[in-house]
Design a protein. Structure first.
Length: 165
């Protein structure tokens, strides 16, 4: 029988093994590179290693500082702001009152009948299976129906008062 909330079997993913092997390969390559570099620097004295480290830091720190200074001091290479064209097919929010769609009472009645049908599906075993499949395939359907009903009630309030609340 179909159960919505059932205990799932814990299965290890196939990708877990692939990622584990990939991690081992990367770790082997890192170890190989570290061993190579240790072998090359093993013959250096402490003074030579410190001198090399200072030269390395000065070179790359100096190049970074120069890049930052150059980007801040040269106004000619600043980023230029250009206008952007929006495609006709893109969706833009519409706040225009003329563009609002008003629901008729017959449309609202058909939505209510549809909700009653969905509620009646839960009364039988085969209906529950259909209901569960609808929920699984269209998870936002019930939220959308509630939103439409709320919009209809707001529309009724607006029509009664003649202005928006």
């Amino acid at each position: 029988m179909f159960k919505l909330f059932r205990r799932r079997k814990v299965r290890t993913s196939v990708m877990y093994g692939a990622f584990q092997k990939l991690g081992q390969v990367v770790e082997r390559k890192q170890r190989k590179a570290a061993d190579y570099l240790n072998q090359k620097t093993a013959t250096l004295s402490r003074r030579q290693a410190v001198t090399g480290l200072i030269i390395f830091c000065l070179m790359f720190g100096g190049s970074s500082a120069f890049t930052i200074w150059h980007s801040l001091s040269s106004p000619g290479s600043a980023i230029k702001i250009q206008s952007m064209s929006v495609s006709r097919h893109s969706m833009t929010p519409v706040n225009d009152a003329r563009m609002r769609v008003e629901l008729t009472s017959s449309e609202m009645e058909s939505i209510r009948l549809f909700r009653r049908y969905l509620d009646s599906l839960q009364l039988t075993r085969s209906g529950r299976m259909i209901y569960d499949s609808i929920v699984r395939v269209r998870p936002g359907l019930f939220d959308s129906l509630a939103f439409i009903e709320q919009a209809y009630h707001e529309q009724l309030k607006t029509n009664e008062d003649g202005k928006e609340k």
